[in-house]
Write a protein that binds this ligand. Structure first.
Ligand SMILES: [Zn+2]
Length: 284
């Protein structure tokens, strides 16, 4: 009997022991099996560059998840991991958990603290993560001082885009990437990263944002792999130099996410983009 693959960004329906797209096991007990994980990493190892980067990692607030993250980033040879702090109440690891994890591997982790511009408080140094879909519009004039300060500091703003997960209050309409367009026109040097590249819904809007705003970047993390699939399938004009990859999920999903990335590129004859997505240029 066919089942839907349990790796959320994948979406394949299949009747095999392992998903043909991402390798996720049908037997859920294998997900945490070290031998299984090792075999999945071995299967893609020859395709990966020696020092890949994860430009958007968000972790579930689960006991012990930090240890899994450290093991996987070591095993995969990740040279940089950008940890995005989750919105409070969204079951994602928040500022404290992210900071504690980063302190255990400071050489390759970069932290973005959660920011709600409705209550910005004193802005901490470094990058920030934001999620308009919880209930605010990026172009609200009240937030201009916040964007102005972040632009002046050269901080990266990691903005969640696309459809909000089930069960959370807010509005997916506010996750629309084009909602950032007025902000980018007002603050043209604001380093905005559109996380998830708009997913399966707003991928074209993200491609246009990249085209008109030189300071904007996008990552094909999590559901963003669907944006990648649509860009390639529909031959959308995308500035690939400003697109990177991220895991955006439990560290145990690294092998499946990378397998899905490779599968998606290969399916469209675009394997040549792989190393650029996994090793963005220094100015990214
Ligand atoms: Zn799958």
């Amino acid at each position: 009997m066919s089942v839907r693959c349990a790796h959320p960004p994948c979406g394949a329906t299949h009747d095999a022991a392992r998903c043909p797209r991402c390798g996720w096991p049908r037997d859920a007990s294998l997900v945490r099996d070290p031998d299984f994980l090792e075999a999945r990493i071995d299967a893609i190892a020859r395709r990966l560059p020696p020092h890949l980067e994860d430009r958007h990692q968000s972790l579930p607030a689960e006991v012990g998840v930090e240890a899994f993250q450290l093991v996987l980033q070591e095993r995969l040879g990740l040279s940089a991991v950008h940890l995005r702090s989750g919105a409070p109440g969204h079951d994602a690891l928040g500022d404290e958990g992210i900071a504690s994890l980063a302190a255990r591997d400071p050489d390759r982790t970069v932290v973005s603290r959660y920011l709600d511009p409705r209550a910005p408080g004193v802005l901490a140094a470094g990058d920030v993560s934001v999620c308009p879909a919880v209930g605010w519009r990026p172009d609200d004039p009240a937030f201009e001082p916040v964007w102005a300060e972040l632009e002046a500091r050269g901080a990266r703003v990691l903005a969640r885009t696309g459809v909000l997960a089930t069960g959370h209050p807010g509005s997916s309409v506010l996750g629309e990437p084009l909602a950032w367009d007025p902000v980018c026109r007002r603050f043209p040097r604001l380093r905005l990263q559109l996380c998830g590249a708009g997913g399966a819904v707003a991928y074209e809007h993200v491609a246009r944002m990249l085209a008109v705003h030189p300071s904007v970047r996008a990552d094909v993390s999590g559901p963003g792999v669907r944006a990648l699939d649509r860009w390639l399938r529909l031959q959308v004009d995308v500035d690939w130099s400003r697109v990177a990859w991220g895991n955006d999920g439990h560290p145990l999903t690294y092998p499946a996410s990378l397998t899905l990335l490779i599968h998606t590129l290969d399916r469209h004859g675009a394997g040549g983009l792989l190393h650029g997505l996994l090793r963005p240029s220094p100015g990214w």
